[in-house]
Design a protein. Sequence first.
Length: 102
Amino acid sequence: MTLLEECCKRIVNERMIEWFNARHAKVLSTIKKYEKLLASEIVLITSIEKATLLQTLYELRTRKLISHDGEKYHIPNEAETLNSLLEMAERETVKILAKSKH
């Protein structure tokens, strides 16, 4: 298991990022494993319904966790993606702690 996969697993299991779930982790892991993939290839590998997958890809792309070169999806820099996930988890934790103090 890669560091990125381990991080995704922990974020999902501990619900560290509100919007991030097992589907997001599976897509990130798949893109990491195969490097560059078409959406249709990700559908075949993950068995995620196409409409759901497209929404997931959009969510990951808008948060700059993956990139799209006009054809294929990829993780441009694994370290930056990992860092972004950890920063998102930290911000969510801070929000939760701030709410619990009130």
